[in-house]
Design a binder for this molecule. Structure first.
Ligand code: ADP
Ligand code: MG
Length: 560
């Protein structure tokens, strides 16, 4: 006489289910990719526990993923021998959403309820797996989902979880099953095709050929299990890389860059890194999760590792495998292990060099990359002091001497500098038009001296921290700096009817009195041609000044 318990889904999940069930989204087959990816995750977690000597139920079970279809009953069952779930885990994992990213994703879906099937990016529902709610894709094709699970923990009972997706789910203790999880979908009439083995095999070949565990459809193995990153580069074609990327990142776009390398010194590692084709953080849906997985001899040690690369590299997806990692390394020790720090350094350094090479070899593709992912490079240049040199080389700017939309690097800027030019000049403003109307540019006019345009506050911040590049000082046009050019004496732009020295001195005196302690100094300038006066800052730029003043105010403010 077993207790049945019915519980409500959290609001966000109810909203998500509503969208999933009612959407006209056509690529419904992605549900299978999501369920297989969960089965593979659960198997990977079990393999890790096995290797670390944890006590587990059913120690002899093979780690494989089984799929059974029944075209008469219109059901599909997917079974794994992974870690399974306890009752508490079921409630937590399949009834609530912890990630703020998932919640934002659902908000985004709600706001764009009618998916745009014509857009080349496809519907946002395709992103369901990337935002940590892939399981619910099952309700695209099923009227009812029944999940049976038994945790790897030896004394835990087996549980059954079921739902029709309408707002509640039911939990029930069930007869003892073997370790792991099996999920049965009762297919909707519109999705009967997924009850056919041929269809399922085809989908697996398309989306899941890189799952590192055997997938058996009605007992027949359909995937080849291999760790692509361990193979020789020469034996891998671009399609295989792209497929692997899609599997790894749960993505459907094509990778923009692929970097596959091995190293022996300073430590042995194999790495396969991808820059995605799209940057969803750019659209403000949510902050990207880390995307590098740490392996030791093909065994997953840590998913979405936070220690293996600096935070600004969170847009990179990939695998890092080092046989030098102790297998039983605990997640805590990962955090402050010297070995991980070394790995981090090698991987980041190599990635930066790779981007620099790409920028040289194929500037057009790099420009596209910069447009989509430049924000991460800037974030790195502003925050990651260790890799600052490599990052700064990757920055690109518009300038007064470039056509709108054309970009220049700091290295190219320095290469083109005039012999007597003192430094690298930049001017800030929200856009090209504002910047070009700025009085701070007047002294550069007609001189063919290049001035970089900075449209974002983070640019000012980077330059303020940078100080110099290849030995050249970086100087803001807004700055009170003696190395800034002045308007040529006697030239057209210097103006025919300028004040005499005495007149200018008298005007300065008067201004100083009138402005009082609002200014520290009033000086006659040779930097202006059309404007009567400008404000100069002792900070590099006005936006830096505002930033510093804001911070000072915060520190100075009395506690409320
Ligand atoms: P994600 O996989 O990104 O975490 P999902 O919605 O796909 O998001 O799954 C939610 C959670 O449910 C997983 O993190 C996992 O804890 C649990 N889960 C789903 N499927 C399984 C399974 N087959 N075995 C064990 N746990 C599972
Ligand atoms: Mg998942």
């Amino acid at each position: 006489n077993r207790q049945t318990e019915t519980r409500e889904f959290q609001t966000e999940i109810r909203q998500l289910l509503d969208i999933v069930i009612n959407s006209l989204y056509t690529d419904k087959e992605i549900f299978l990719r999501e369920l297989i990816s969960n089965a593979a995750d659960a198997s990977g977690k079990l393999r890790y526990l096995q290797l670390t000597g944890e006590q587990i139920a059913g120690p002899d079970l093979n780690l494989e993923i089984g799929i059974e279809v029944n075209d008469q009953a219109h059901t599909l069952t997917i079974t794994d021998n992974g870690v399974g779930m306890t009752k508490d885990e079921l409630i937590e994992n399949l009834g609530t959403i912890a990630h703020s990213g998932s919640k934002q994703f659902i908000q985004h879906l709600l706001q764009n309820k009618q998916p745009d099937k014509n857009s080349e990016e496809g519907s946002d529902l395709n992103l369901i797996g990337q935002f940590g709610v892939g399981f619910y894709a099952a309700f695209m094709v099923a009227d009812k989902v029944v999940l049976k699970t038994r945790s790897y923990q030896p004394d835990e009972p087996s549980w059954s979880w079921s739902s029709d997706g309408s707002g509640t789910y039911t939990l029930e203790e069930t007869e003892e099953k073997q370790r792991g999880t099996s999920i049965t979908l009762e297919l909707k009439e519109s999705a009967f095709e997924f009850g056919k083995a041929e269809k399922i095999k085809k989908i697996i070949k398309q989306y899941s050929s890189f799952v590192p565990y055997p997938i058996l459809v009605d007992g027949e193995k359909v995937n080849t299990v291999e760790a692509l990153w361990m193979k020789n580069k020469k034996e891998i074609n671009p399609e295989e890389y792209a497929e692997f990327y899609k599997f790894l990142a749960n993505a459907y776009d094509e990778p923009a860059y692929t970097l596959h390398f091995s190293s022996d010194a300073p430590l042995a590692l194999h790495a396969l890194l991808f820059v995605p084709g799209e940057n969803f953080e750019r659209y403000g849906i949510s902050r990207m999760e880390r995307g590098l997985n740490l392996f030791c001899k093909k065994v997953l040690i840590q998913e979405k590792s936070e220690n293996i690369a600096p935070e600004w590299m969170r847009f990179v997806r990939g695998v890092i495998d080092s046989e030098e990692l102790p297998l039983n390394i605990s997640r805590e020790t990962l955090q402050d292990s010297a070995l991980i720090a070394k790995l981090n350094k090698v991987v980041t350094g190599r990635f930066l060099r790779f981007l620099e090479e790409q920028a040289q070899e194929d500037p057009e593709t790099y420009k596209e990359f910069w447009g989509k992912f430049g924000m991460f490079i800037k974030e790195g240049a502003a925050t990651d002091f260790t890799h600052q040199d490599g990052l700064v080389k990757l920055l690109r700017f518009e300038s007064n001497l470039q056509e709108p939309g054309e970009l220049i690097s700091l290295a190219d800027y320095v290469g083109k500098m005039k012999d007597d030019q003192k430094g690298i000049y930049y001017v800030s403003g929200p856009n090209r038009q504002t910047v070009e109307g700025s009085p701070y540019l007047e002294a550069f006019k007609g001189k063919e001296i290049e001035v970089l345009y900075c449209y974002e506050p983070i640019d000012d911040y980077i330059f303020d921290r940078l100080n110099e590049f290849e030995g050249k000082p970086v100087i803001a046009a807004e700055q009170d700096h003696s190395d800034l050019p002045s308007v040529d004496e006697g030239s057209e732009t210097a103006g025919p009817d300028r004040l005499s020295e005495e007149e200018a001195a008298a005007l300065s005196e008067w201004l100083k009195e009138a402005l009082g302690n609002k200014v520290t100094e009033v000086r006659v300038s040779k930097r202006l041609s059309d404007s009567p006066a400008i404000l100069l800052s002792s900070y590099s730029t006005h936006s830096m000044q505002r930033m510093m003043q804001m911070m000072n105010k915060e520190f100075a403010a009395p506690a409320p």
